[in-house]
Write a protein that binds this ligand. Structure first.
Ligand code: ATP
Length: 306
């Protein structure tokens, strides 16, 4: 059997009238980067808190390396976990450096680690400034810095790119990739689907407290009826002829110098071969796969249809 770092077994969590989690089962392998996505209120943050042992589930079990996320053994294991909550609240009257030293003390990590971590998140020059004067993105970087302290084995990041500019997002994922390359297991949520889709190993789509779908991006694409689009640029005057030779099972749109074809994922390679066989009339070809956003709207949007 696979060696899973985290196992969530049939977990439900209710807050009064609200069923935040409804029979969630999930296994995350050691060293994997998993992206958890879902609409507002889908249950992502609640699942994080349950996996971190911060709130007990109403029913079901969470195991970390085969042991429950409660009790003395887990209190020790928790030191090896980094967590960035959705809202990272901190002390505005302290400097960034002071805040990080405070977290280092709480985690039992030597204070001398702080300088390197601040450099890693691009805050070294602002370390002496009060956090009250930090921008939203700088606060988020500080939140990420406290996650990195002590080189954790497992990190949970709840919307870590919130408030970051495009360069900040790029830098963030670069550091995260290095962290994962070091063997750390990463669980991340984001509403910026275009950023997450090519960066995680596995995607888990949540809808209304349940897992609506999971898999790699390719697996999610293959399991839906979402079509790939193939755009063929053709020699002037040949568009109608190309349309005629490809007509049949595929939806086709003919423009002056190009033909657009939509096909199911499993038909794609055969169709590309047919286009390639048309010879000199074809000048160029590009394939556009269904984006994670398109898949999400099918699977995980509030009104998802799958
Ligand atoms: N402490 C709580 N008390 C009462 N209801 C709660 C509590 N925490 C979460 N909920 C409810 O549980 C549901 C799931 O919330 P959760 O924060 O897990 O969603 P989410 O997927 O993280 O949403 P978002 O994308 O908006 O952050 C929501 O209806 C929320 O209002």
């Amino acid at each position: 059997m696979a060696d899973y770092r985290i196992e969530v077994r049939n977990v439900s969590c209710r807050f009064g009238e609200v069923q935040a989690l409804d029979g969630v089962s999930l296994a995350i392998g050691s060293g994997q980067m998993v992206g958890l996505i879902g609409h507002n209120g889908a249950g992502k943050s609640t699942l994080f808190k349950v996996m971190l042992g911060l709130i007990p589930p109403t029913s079901g079990d969470v195991l970390l390396d085969g042991a429950p996320v409660s009790g003395e053994r887990f209190r020790q294991a928790r030191r090896r976990i980094g967590y960035l909550p959705e809202t990272f609240a901190t002390y505005d009257n302290l400097t960034g450096g002071e805040v990080l030293r405070l977290f280092a003390d709480l985690k039992g990590v030597p204070r001398k680690e702080c300088i390197g971590v601040l450099e890693r998140v691009g805050l070294a020059r602002a370390a002496g400034r009060r956090v009250g004067g930090y921008s939203k993105g700088m606060r988020q970087r500080l939140g990420f810095a406290q996650v990195l302290l002590g080189e954790p084995d497992l990190v949970f990041l709840d919307e870590p790119t919130n408030g970051l500019d495009p360069e900040g997002i790029h830098d963030f994922y670069q550091v995260l990739r290095e962290v994962q390359d070091g063997g750390t297991t990463v669980v991340i949520t984001s509403h910026i689907l275009a950023d997450i889709q090519d960066r995680v190993d596995q995607l888990v789509i949540m809808r209304a407290g349940r897992v609506a779908a999971r898999g790699t991006l390719a697996e999610l694409r293959a399991s839906t009826s979402q079509h790939a689009r193939i755009e063929v640029r053709v020699r002037e005057g040949d568009a109608m002829r190309i349309e005629a030779s490809l007509a049949g099972e595929h939806a086709i749109e003919v423009l002056a110098d190009r033909v657009r074809i939509a096909c199911a994922p499993h038909q794609k390679m055969a169709l590309i071969a047919r286009v390639a066989a048309l010879g000199d009339a074809v000048l160029d070809l590009s394939v556009q796969e269904a984006s994670l956003e398109q898949l999400f709207l099918g699977f995980g949007g509030k009104h998802g249809t799958h």
